[in-house]
Write a protein that binds this ligand. Structure first.
Ligand code: PAF
Length: 282
């Protein structure tokens, strides 16, 4: 596996691959790689000649400095994970100046309102930070296909919108959430949970499964209340938000409309670790 630690060497490599007509699949990450990331590479492997990943903990998308500080980082372990997966041809590990030559500042985007829902309300500036780094990585790596997890469903919708608005010739793919045996969605942040917290956190997925059973049987306001009650009873956990939203607009709904697709979104603090999950409702 090739390892590029600066923009110049990456750009030379990409140029050569493009000249040879290679189809590039790309999965950007912030490292602390787990099985969820591997499933992105596995999907990319099937549809491309070359699979590239990047590892870059992007400061501008963290609205909470403590979260940025505590974000798990272990480059050597990540490189081993990438090599052992057997799916990845090259990894790009840029310097801050390769992504932000003019200093750490986000661009401002209009994602047609998608950025104002859910995470947008709780993490001001987050999606401008994500947009900035993803746009820059796309311009450098020039992938044909790019892969993102459904776990960050709003991020996936926003990246689709970014690609469309900038008219970038890249197909964006969402990859199903990878879960632990307990149902807990895989996340780099899970590394920060104690064994007890990790065990307790399975209630997040269990709740989503219940919500799917209740959907269309009981009213959405009643579902919202039941979810709040479940988390009020959990020690050491705090529900930041739960909502059922239209999959296309990401707007919260109180009613089920025929012909529309809905998804339940949840964010829970387990201790001081912020966990996010979602589920399509049938
Ligand atoms: O999902 C992530 O890991 C990050 O938000 C991304 C897309 C790599 C941008 O920094």
């Amino acid at each position: 596996m090739e390892i590029f630690k600066n923009k110049k060497t990456l750009l030379d490599f990409i140029e050569r691959q493009k000249e040879m007509g290679k189809r590039i699949g790309f999965a950007p990450t912030m490292g602390a790689l787990h099985q969820g990331h591997i499933s992105l590479y596995e999907a990319a492997r099937k549809e491309n000649d070359l699979v590239i990943s990047s590892i870059f903990v992007n400061p501008t998308q963290f609205n909470n400095p403590a979260d940025l500080e505590k974000y798990p980082r272990n480059i050597d372990k990540d490189i081993k994970t990438l090599e052992q997966s057997g799916f990845v041809d090259a990894v790009y590990i840029p310097e801050v100046s390769d992504i932000y030559p003019e200093g750490l500042k986000s661009k401002e985007y209009d994602f047609d309102g998608l950025e104002n829902e859910m995470e947008g309300k709780f993490r001001p500036g987050h999606f401008n930070g994500v947009g900035t780094v993803v746009e820059e990585l796309f311009r450098q790596v020039k992938p044909d296909n790019a892969y993102f997890g459904d776990k960050d469903y709003q991020q996936l919708a926003i990246i689709k919108k970014l690609t469309e608005k900038l008219a970038l010739p890249i197909k964006i793919h969402g990859v199903a959430i990878h879960r632990e045996a307990s149902g807990l969605a895989m996340s780099s942040r899970n590394q920060r949970l104690s064994t007890t917290e990790k065990e307790a956190a399975k209630i997040i997925h269990e709740t989503l499964v219940k919500v799917n059973d209740w959907f269309r049987v009981i009213s959405i306001p009643e579902i919202n209340k039941r979810v709040q009650d479940i988390f009020d009873e959990q020690r050491g956990m705090k529900l930041e938000y739960f909502e059922i939203s239209d999959e296309a607009t990401l707007k919260e709904t109180d009613f089920f409309y025929k012909g529309r697709n809905f998804r339940a979104f949840i964010v829970v603090f387990v201790g001081d670790v912020r966990l996010i999950d979602n589920m399509h409702l049938d």
